[in-house]
Design a protein around this ligand. Sequence first.
Ligand code: PMV
Length: 327
Amino acid sequence: MGVVASAPAKVILFGEHFVVYGEPAIVLAIDKRAYAEAKFQDKKRLSLRSLNLNLAGHFEDGSFTIEQGDAKEARAKFEPIKSAVDKVLEKHGEGVGLDIQINSMVPVAAGLGSSAAVAAATTAAVAALLNVTMSKEDIFRITYESEKVVHGTPSGIDPAISTFGGTLLFQMDTGFKPIEVKTEIPLVIGDTGVERSTRTQVEKVRGLKERYPQVVEPIMSAAREVVLRAMDALKENDLKTLGELMNINHALLYGVGVSDESLEWLVNAARKSGALGAKLTGAGGGGCMVALAKNDNLQQVMEAIQRTGGSPFVARKTDEGVRVERA
Ligand code: PMV
């Protein structure tokens, strides 16, 4: 029996993309988790298997061997995990053979932070197996390094929320501050089923920002204002304002080119069915949207998203960040 650890997915309520340039963002951890089980093995290699992606392979003496699925895809998914494992092994001091099995409940490449959740869970599982003492800050740092392998210039928002859980106000230069949210926030997430790369989406915004700095700067400062107003609305349990601000935030993201047809369908369907607000979440260009419903119309919002071709689920916030489930 190995050590099992898990970490939560997240939904960015406000501020994605602009956060990469130093603006604030609000993110919350949700009750969908990625699980990693780590065991020793006799061979001095790192074996990885993803049950949800049907991929398996191993790294040995600097080369990768595929065991199940497409080699290129497996390598792309496993490299960041390997980078996290290597960092833990550096602290351990000697080479050991490891066998890691991932089982993630988080839709992949959908804006919910699946790669960070997997990296945080794996880091915690391997550290516990090797008896390496690690603070949450250590896990955060390792997960952040692993995210850099996934996409060049991550803000760090995904590793922070997967590690610490809860609801966070995140800003690159000042770090993150937990936000106390007393009210229930009834969220419906709609997955368009369209996979996209965060790296490509981030580069798209960078391109626009370089070509039209005077146009994009005011959009960024409007996004900052949205986050500040949303902080007040959260403090005052004012869901109506929160919904309005989500709609404005979506328009700003549309403005920098990261919405797409699949997202527009779901966002509009959610609004028409009575959601207080709806926006894309994460990198956009497909992936997921999030709607703020009322407790009495969650079902209608879910059905509207489903009818429009999306896969909806209700997301509950969770305070639990990365944790060891079974040592
Ligand atoms: O779509 P995700 O889960 O990879 O979230 C990306 C969030 C961005 O703000 C677009 C990028 C970042 O590093 O903050």
